[in-house]
Ligand binder design. Structure first.
Ligand code: HEC
Ligand code: HEC
Length: 486
């Protein structure tokens, strides 16, 4: 392979501004954060155009029982973790099932089978056309319910159409879906007043309201479906405030604030997070080798380990950690740790990638993205990065006292960092949202090769992280090729 002349120029520039004997060497595979990783998937199918293969041809149904019967079989343990990823509610309360089946049945154009119009993927195993990622959860009295499972947000389709476990589902209109499930039914109750709701929230569900107005039988079907909930539901319908409705209506697909109603915890600050991919989460050995103390999960980097992330999900989602001790969550943590970013079917040209590798080092990207898979070895202040700073007060709340707000509980070792992490940079070719709040749509925008959206509203801001924007076009294009190559 020919080395392009400009890569050499970049190398020389790197040598000029840093001590070449100390800094990373773009030609040394040992200094490459994106060096190939071992495959620890035990042959499970985590990326495929064949959805039935990804669902392991029915083997998930008995996977955890099979694993319990063969405790030393790692493949069965991972299969059990995969079953949890797709089908476990962890006892967290969710949404009455009749509302979902009503939406699927009566709004083919606005919702569609499997909620496909909202970016979800139909569960081929569901007789009612429910999507993957909404497993059966605790019932509301006599009424069946579903919970939010991992696959709703962390399972998606790649640009080439393949299904991929761990992909960030940036097509998923989570906010709009919540409005359909919560606000739309409440408006169907006779005497309900639309003016009591946020106008943007109403606008987001207006096409469904129009359809209901034209078809009274749809409204009747809902009332019939809701009746058991109203009479013997053992719990009211989920409700959210007008302010929360407004936020639900304002998030782009693939982005959300977690600590907001109807969860019982609200940290009192509105933040926007994009769904992270779950590919290539480093294990303890890799972290230790890189001299990094914690896995720095979550955008603020305050979650110390995969176990802590899972425990927090169960605990804050309303599950019972007594039922979900470490050893019961472990197969899911191990399964997630086995997920790898799929490569693009058409890789970028090798010469561009080599040049981009050199620019990545010379332009200082690797100084912040030099850990396993491009993660940083610390978190960064917003003064250093310049991106939207609303998330600085995430979990801390309006009082800024450094302690979890609004009744939030943390797992031992987890912290409020008031900072932002530099994320792993793998599978970027398959992503359609960039930066922690998903304000950008492409690497071209990130590197200022294309104009950025003109958005500065708090939590939604599209500014900051302009590193590399001053490089020659050709260097920036080479960086894009490099970033899309792993
Ligand atoms: C409703 C959407 C949603 C669901 C359901 C969900 N996640 Fe996430 N996940 C997110 C978002 C958004 C983030 C980024 C959160 C942040 O840090 O602000 C995230 C981040 C993560 C991270 C951190 C990744 C990193 O590199 O920092 C892990 C690990 C994770 N999720 C695992 C899971 C698992 C396992 C489940 C199921 C038990 C799950 N998630 C369910 C939306 C979701
Ligand atoms: C001073 C540290 C620092 C430097 C230098 C730096 N980054 Fe980053 N990078 C970060 C942080 C922190 C984030 C997360 C910022 C946010 O989302 O608010 C980030 C985010 C990114 C993302 C977005 C990933 C995603 O999931 O949305 C990409 C891509 C990226 N950096 C590439 C680069 C490249 C290429 C360079 C060099 C031109 C570079 N970075 C230089 C710290 C840095």
């Amino acid at each position: 392979m020919q080395r392009p002349a400009l890569a050499l120029a970049a190398l020389l520039a790197a040598a000029a501004c840093t001590d070449a004997t100390e800094g990373p060497d773009p030609t040394d595979p040992g200094d490459d954060p994106f060096a190939a990783q071992a495959d620890t998937s035990e042959g499970l199918t985590n990326v495929s155009a064949d959805l039935d293969a990804v669902l392991e041809h029915g083997a998930l149904a008995t996977a955890c029982a099979d694993a319990a019967a063969h405790p030393t079989d790692r493949r069965l343990r991972l299969l059990c973790g995969k079953a949890m990823f797709f089908d476990e509610s962890f006892g967290t309360p969710g949404i009455p099932r009749p509302i979902l089946t009503w939406l699927v049945q009566h709004f083919p154009e606005q919702v569609g089978p499997g909620f496909a119009q909202l970016g979800m993927i139909a569960d081929p195993r569901s007789p009612d056309g429910l999507p993957l990622g909404l497993p059966a959860g605790p019932r509301f009295g006599s009424v069946d319910a579903v919970s939010f499972g991992c696959a709703s947000c962390h399972f998606g389709r790649l640009p080439d159409g393949r299904y991929a476990v761990g992909a960030a589902n940036h097509a998923y209109a989570y906010g709009r879906m919540n409005l359909m499930m919560v606000v739309l039914p409440s408006l169907a109750i006779p005497g309900a007043d639309p003016a009591a709701h946020d106008p943007d929230a109403i606008a987001a569900i207006q096409p469904l309201r129009d359809r209901m107005a034209a078809h009274p039988e749809i409204q009747n079907a809902l009332i019939t479906a809701l009746l058991p909930l109203i009479t013997g539901g053992g719990g009211a319908m989920p409700m959210v405030s007008r302010e929360s409705e407004h936020w639900y209506a304002s998030w782009r697909s693939g982005t959300m604030d977690f600590f907001i109603q109807p969860l019982p915890f609200d940290d009192g600050v509105h933040t926007v997070s994009k769904i992270s991919p779950l590919w290539a989460v480093p294990d303890d050995a890799e972290l230790a080798a890189a001299g990094i103390d914690t896995a720095m999960l979550g955008w603020t980097g305050g979650t110390a380990s995969l176990h802590n992330f899972l425990a927090a999900f169960v605990d804050l989602g309303g599950g019972d950690l007594g039922q979900w001790p470490r050893e019961r969550l472990a197969p899911l943590a191990e399964y997630i740790a086995s997920l790898r970013a799929p490569l693009a079917p058409t890789p970028p040209p090798a010469a561009d990638v080599a040049r981009g590798r050199a620019v990545f080092v010379a332009a200082g990207c690797q100084a912040c993205h030099g850990g396993p898979r491009g993660m940083g070895d610390r978190t960064y202040g917003f003064d250093e990065i310049g991106t939207d700073a609303a998330i600085e007060w995430w979990a801390d709340g309006a009082d800024h006292d450094g302690a979890p707000a609004g009744g939030l509980r943390f797992q031992p070792g987890d912290t409020i960092t008031h900072a932002i992490k530099s994320p792993r940079l793998v599978g970027l070719w398959a992503m359609t949202r960039f930066l922690h709040n998903g304000a950008l749509d492409s690497l071209d925008q990130l590197l200022c090769l294309a104009p950025r959206p003109d958005v500065a509203a708090p939590a939604f801001g599209a500014g900051g992280h302009t590193f590399g924007c001053d490089l020659p076009d050709a260097d920036r294009r080479a960086l894009v090729a490099y970033l899309n190559a792993h």
